[in-house]
Design a protein. Structure first.
Length: 427
């Protein structure tokens, strides 16, 4: 961008749109797109689509036909808007997921009320990430209202199911070639990154299930059986004593934020064994116990070594414990992702954040996974980051909110980078 007056006009257009942006976000919050199961997706896709049409986008609604989670009760409908500039390329794609996790307990406001108070918009999905969808749309719209013709093109998508893996959402768009190296030059996912961070990837994920099988016997004579819950206890004890300190000692060179997530981690998602605890009890030795684990691994660890370490732990426990029998089932594997050094989307956002906020950007990697993996692996567009309004730590918490000031700042950052990444220099 060579013309500072054009930038001033774009920023003025964003400032002038504040009330519109806040009410658009509030209205989105009032559409309860809760996942699971995937409620109100069509309503929300069409709501976003109508606004994109008003902002001069050509809009269509890719529906994830053939995916098992796409059902008549819960159709998986995405929305994509394209606004061509003078040239098809460079094409910059801004993406946000509009599904939200369930509200949960502990709210002091209506989680689906879209309440605005104290300079904040409250509600489930405000920062994660309906405010980010607003920022994407109004970054592009402010450029249009300022009368600045884009050189390249801008595409904005609202997608489903990010919270449950994104297979009917961003992964589907990538599989259909809607986001692909053949047409897409840069992708910014407007997830909450505290306004001054750029997320350049995430750790790997290995979800697995361990099943221990024992032998049923009369509960008054447990020595005649083998208790599968006790055997799971042996495994859990070994994880706590032996594995956890090792994981904690490993640190990645990738700048994962918060700092605690720079280490390898393991969470126990759930456990069930023996008789259902709220059923009628009979005197039986538990013959089965199942537990689900969530292991987040570092790029330096790699998946193969991560899995081998679990196998070794289970085999050692089995060797040292009479009758301990186990099965290991892989449930989900996501390899770590990292935006390559020198990616134009990173350099551009670094400049834009500095210009808007007057401070340097923090490059960070996410503790959890998000749709970046599909953009990188399926679409083949490594020039991808997450950047958007809101505080990541508030995601999935009660009283989730987004500061309106954050929303305004990050919309300006996105507008600047849209101009630069679409090659819009002469205005
Ligand atoms: Zn999110």
């Amino acid at each position: 961008m060579s013309n500072p007056h054009a930038i001033d006009r774009v920023f003025a257009a964003i400032d002038a749109a504040e009330d519109e942006m806040v009410s658009f976000t509030s209205e989105m919050i009032r559409i309860p797109t809760v996942n699971p199961p995937g409620d109100a997706y069509v309503e929300c896709a069409e709501f976003i689509g109508r606004r994109l049409v008003e902002c001069d986008f050509a809009v269509d609604y890719p529906v994830a036909e053939g995916r098992p989670e796409h059902t008549p009760q819960h159709p998986r409908m995405n929305v994509v808007g394209l606004r061509r500039g003078r040239s098809d390329r460079p094409l910059v794609h801004l993406n946000g997921h509009f599904d939200v996790v369930p509200a949960g307990n502990g709210w002091t406001v209506d989680p689906f009320g879209g309440e605005v108070k104290n300079g904040r918009i409250y509600g489930r999905g405000t920062c994660d990430m309906k405010a980010g969808i607003t920022a994407a749309i109004y970054a592009a719209e402010a450029i249009r209202r300022a009368g600045v013709p884009l050189h390249g093109s801008v595409e904005i998508s609202g997608t489903v199911d990010e919270e449950s893996g994104g297979f009917a959402g961003m992964a589907y768009l990538a599989q259909q070639g809607r986001v692909s190296a053949d047409r897409t030059d840069a992708v910014i996912i407007t997830e909450p990154t505290n306004t001054d961070r750029i997320y350049i990837g995430h750790r790997g994920v290995y979800w697995f299930e361990v099943i221990t099988r024992g032998r049923i016997a009369h509960g008054s004579m447990p020595f005649l059986g083998a208790n599968a819950i006790e055997h799971m206890g042996v495994i859990l004890d070994r994880i706590r004593r032996v594995l956890m300190p090792v994981l904690q000692s490993r640190t990645t060179a990738v700048p994962v934020k918060p700092d605690g997530a720079r280490h390898a981690t393991l969470n126990i998602n759930g456990i069930a064994g023996g008789q259902p605890v709220d059923g009628i009890q009979t005197p039986c030795v538990a013959d089965i116990c199942r537990a689900i684990f969530d292991r987040r691994f570092l790029a330096e660890e790699g998946f193969d070594a991560t899995r081998a370490e679990i196998v070794d732990l289970l085999e050692t426990a089995a060797r040292e414990t009479p009758e301990l029998l186990f099965e290991l089932r892989d449930l989900m594997i996501v390899h770590p992702v990292k935006t390559p050094d020198g990616a134009s989307v990173v350099a551009s956002l670094e400049r834009s954040v500095q210009q808007v906020l007057g401070r340097p950007v923090l490059l960070a990697a996410s503790p959890g996974t998000y749709d970046h993996k599909h953009v990188d692996r399926i679409a083949g567009v490594p020039n991808c980051v997450a950047y958007g309004p809101g505080i990541l730590d508030l995601a999935h918490q009660p009283d989730e909110y987004c500061d309106i000031a954050d929303l305004m700042h990050s919309t300006k950052v996105l507008a600047l980078s849209l101009l630069e990444l679409t090659g819009t220099t002469a205005v």
